[in-house]
Design a protein. Structure first.
Length: 81
């Protein structure tokens, strides 16, 4: 994951958390309703973040595999020389 992607992911997470918190805390609801809403939104955000992290991990696996294959090829060339 490059730095800009990591920063974007962190920005997304922070922005979502702040937006949800502000929306829930300023809504005129009873405490119990607010807690339920916070729990629901937290679970939703958690699922979204998990999906994004999983997606980026898959990208990283491919990148690492490519690097490993490149290193093996270069090592083989040096070994054969």
């Amino acid at each position: 994951m490059d730095k800009s992607t990591g920063k974007a992911l962190v920005g997304f997470i922070v922005g979502a958390a702040v937006g949800v918190a502000a929306g829930i805390l300023f809504a005129p609801k009873k405490g119990e309703e607010t807690r339920k809403e916070i729990k629901k939104k937290t679970e939703e955000i958690s699922k979204e973040v998990s999906a994004k992290v999983s997606e980026k991990m898959d990208e990283m696996k491919g990148y690492v595999q490519d690097l490993a294959n490149d290193a093996k090829t270069r090592f083989k060339k040096v070994e054969d020389a």
